[in-house]
Write a protein that binds this ligand. Structure first.
Ligand SMILES: CC(=O)CC(=O)SCCNC(=O)CCNC(=O)[C@H](O)C(C)(C)COP(=O)(O)OP(=O)(O)OC[C@H]1O[C@@H](n2cnc3c(N)ncnc32)[C@H](O)[C@@H]1OP(=O)(O)O
Ligand SMILES: NC(=O)C1=CN([C@@H]2O[C@H](COP(=O)(O)OP(=O)(O)OC[C@H]3O[C@@H](n4cnc5c(N)ncnc54)[C@H](OP(=O)(O)O)[C@@H]3O)[C@@H](O)[C@H]2O)C=CC1
Length: 295
């Protein structure tokens, strides 16, 4: 069966920071986008965030008001999974948990067009393993965007063992059409970016845990000493500590090497529900301005 040669309608599952970012970029570049989350209300909240983000661009003179209106008119909040039936491509961007993603694929696959492509924005989980839980492993791949999606230039593409070449080519043209630069990663835990980046963050947390430095001194050291735009704790809070921990667990389990052991302090923060910016508190407390280190 031929694959859609062009992606006109995109479905996005999960309207959190990544799903909303993907939906925003796709709508701005002329795609119709159906946004699905656990409820219509959550999907609407994601679209409201996009509206606010685009309003800032209009206020800064970076976008015409008419272009904002046009982008918003292309965004639809799904009132149920059935709304994904019209999509040429669906990108899953829900919580970084394999059980959650598998359950989503079980719900979504029966409503998809038989020729539709299914992709995941997973940060670390095996594409081949996720594909095996769908009805279309040959039409399944990883399209891994970086956070914040509208700003970051990279998209990592990852094929599973069964991904068809023409599916991969369609995904490449789609991502290039969003203005992104592509790299291709083999399907191993964490792919390229997170195999390198998240152990660095985990090491920064060990550095704190062992008393080598404070949150602020470690962040300042990496910002000023390594020219990173954010220190590792600012970045961890920005990514989400639950996501950072999930990635470390995938690296630890998948590569069976103790060097990927998640720092117990990271585990403690996640257990406390201090997940970073999205919950108002992580390694920094964002309920005060400027954000205050939490240890
Ligand atoms: C976990 C994974 O699976 C993979 C990952 O994504 S790992 C995370 C990768 N991301 C990073 O490493 C981000 C590192 N940080 C940065 O690059 C920068 O700090 C940053 C781009 C986030 C902000 O840059 P900054 O210069 O400090 O801030 P600021 O001047 O406010 O913003 C610069 C631009 O980004 C935009 N921006 C900032 N945060 C944004 C957000 N959350 N969403 C959308 N746009 C955003 C701003 O609107 C601004 O755009 P304009 O230039 O058009 O006005
Ligand atoms: N954060 C980052 O920097 C990056 C993350 N990623 C990956 O993108 C994905 C999403 O991450 P991110 O946006 O940060 O996470 P968020 O926690 O911000 O968003 C996840 C969203 O998925 C929703 N969700 C959970 N379960 C379901 C479900 N069964 N059906 C539909 N929606 C559901 C959540 O709803 P609710 O809140 O109600 O649970 C939430 O709105 C993860 O796989 C992550 O690894 C990739 C690149 C960068």
């Amino acid at each position: 069966m031929p694959v859609p040669s062009r992606i006109e309608t995109l479905g996005v599952v999960g309207a959190g920071q990544m799903g909303a970012g993907i939906a925003q970029v796709a709508a701005v570049t002329g795609h119709r986008v159906v946004v699905y989350d656990v409820s219509l209300e959550m999907a609407r909240q994601g679209i409201d965030k996009i509206g606010a983000q685009l309003a800032r661009q209009v206020a800064n003179g970076k976008m015409e008001a008419s272009a904002r209106e046009a982008a918003l008119s292309r965004l639809v909040a799904a009132d149920g999974v059935g709304a994904l039936a019209e999509a040429d491509l669906v990108i899953e961007a829900a919580t970084e948990r394999e059980d959650v993603k598998r359950r989503i694929f079980q719900q979504v696959c029966p409503v998809l067009r038989p020729d539709a492509i299914l992709a995941t924005n997973t940060s670390s989980i095996s594409i081949t393993r996720l594909a095996s839980g769908t009805d279309r492993p040959e039409r399944f791949l990883g399209i891994h965007f970086m956070n914040p999606v509208p700003v970051m230039k990279l998209v990592e593409l990852v094929r599973g063992i069964a991904t068809d070449d023409d599916v991969f080519e369609t995904a490449k043209s789609f991502a290039a059409g969003l203005g992104k630069t592509l790299t291709v990663s083999e399907d191993f835990p964490g792919f390229i970016v997170n195999r390198v980046l998240v152990p660095m963050i985990n090491e920064a947390i060990y550095t704190l845990h062992e008393g080598v430095g404070t949150i602020e001194s470690i962040d300042a050291s990496m910002r000023l000493g390594a020219n990173h735009p954010m220190g590792p704790f600012q970045l961890a809070d920005f990514i989400g500590l639950d996501t950072c921990l999930a990635i470390m667990q995938v690296l630890h389990d998948g590569l069976a090497d103790s060097k990927y052991r998640p720092c117990p302090l990271l585990v403690k923060y996640v257990e406390a529900g201090w997940l970073g910016r999205k919950t108002g508190r992580g390694f920094y407390d964002y309920r005060v301005d400027p954000p205050k280190p939490t240890r």
